[in-house]
Design a binder for this molecule. Structure first.
Ligand code: RIB
Ligand code: CA
Length: 314
């Protein structure tokens, strides 16, 4: 039985791997992708997403462009590491067959969910601006979202600041709306993604698959390994997290992550911790749990799944 998903992306290198996993997995029906301002300007995210679908021979997957800035606060200056880890345009040929669909991503999300049978898992792996705008504009769509699987957040350590992970930090107001929307939420934070690294040896295996997905993933992860080595070294050299792809793998096999159902909210005001996902593991707030928050991941299973899925062709 396949799971229908919509991927909301700020395509960058790990979003690109997530898109390929979602498009190529036999266990996923990728209904479409929506792009949002994040790793780079939204029109670059859109071009990058189209390049990915062209490259794997699936130009038919619908792509809609979304918000070009955060919903409330000023546009953050792009993070320097983002440039080293993502760049503005992916190292793939310009899109020639895949093209962006007419209509704003927020409206497409609303229309698609309202018309659905309530069977499309929403998988945001960038800032949550599109999702929050859609929820605000059409609260009725919430009843049609069975689950939201978010790549974002951090308990132990941030990457944009000491306290905050990039997707949440870039638009904390949007993130706060989404985590408090009342629908089932699984969050795949840095605490999990940093425990599921992909190595240079794994890139050699991916390239050896001889498939478009394997080649592109190897190219993107090698760039990530160089960028992480230069800007935020991991606990193991010659390896890097591929955050967004882990979120899609968690849809395919929920056992790949270890979660705790706890109260989670997002700091939007404090100077030092804006964008922090505040995790109430000991239920000190007296509030009910709202998020299944992942604190661990199965790295060998992650690499195995990437290899199996990216060895497939369209
Ligand atoms: O912090 C990691 C997240 O920020 C990933 O989704 C990456 O693509 C960037 O958007
Ligand atoms: Ca992303």
């Amino acid at each position: 039985m396949t799971t229908k998903i919509i991927l909301d992306v700020d395509t960058g290198t790990d979003d690109a791997v997530a898109l390929m996993v979602g498009a190529l997995s036999p266990d996923i029906e990728l209904v479409g992708a929506t792009t949002v301002n994040g790793n780079t300007a939204v029109h670059n995210c859109t071009e990058n997403t189209l390049r990915v679908f062209d490259w794997i021979g699936m130009p038919q997957v619908p792509v809609h462009e979304g918000m070009d800035r955060p919903m409330a606060r000023a546009q953050m200056t792009q993070l320097n590491p983002a440039g080293r880890i993502h760049g503005d345009l992916l190292d793939l040929p310009p899109a020639t067959t895949a093209s962006v669909q007419p209509g704003h991503a927020v409206d497409w999300l609303i229309d698609t969910y309202l018309a659905s049978a309530g069977d499309i898992t929403l998988v945001p792996v960038g800032p949550l601006t599109n999702i929050a705008m859609a929820i605000q504009k059409a609260p009725a769509m919430l009843a049609k979202i069975p689950e939201i699987v978010i790549m974002g957040g951090a308990h132990d350590h941030g990457n944009s600041t000491a306290s905050a992970e990039f997707n949440i930090w870039l638009d904390p107001e949007a993130a706060r709306i989404v985590v408090n929307c009342g629908r089932p939420i699984r969050m795949v934070p840095l605490d999990a993604t940093h425990r599921a690294l992909v190595s240079l040896d794994d890139c050699r295996t991916l390239r050896g698959l001889g498939t478009p997905g394997g080649e592109a993933a190897a190219r993107f992860v090698e760039k990530r390994i160089e960028g992480y080595g230069a800007t935020q070294p991991m606990h193991r050299s010659n390896a890097a997290p591929v955050h967004d792809a882990l979120a899609v793998c968690a849809v395919i096999d929920p056992t790949i992550i270890t979660t705790q159902f706890i109260p989670v909210d997002v700091e939007t005001d404090a100077e030092l911790s804006v964008g922090r996902t505040v995790c109430d593991f000991r239920f000190r707030s007296g509030r009910p749990a709202n998020v299944s928050f992942a604190m661990d991941a199965d790295e060998p299973k992650f690499v195995r799944m990437l290899t199996e899925i990216l060895g497939r062709t369209a």
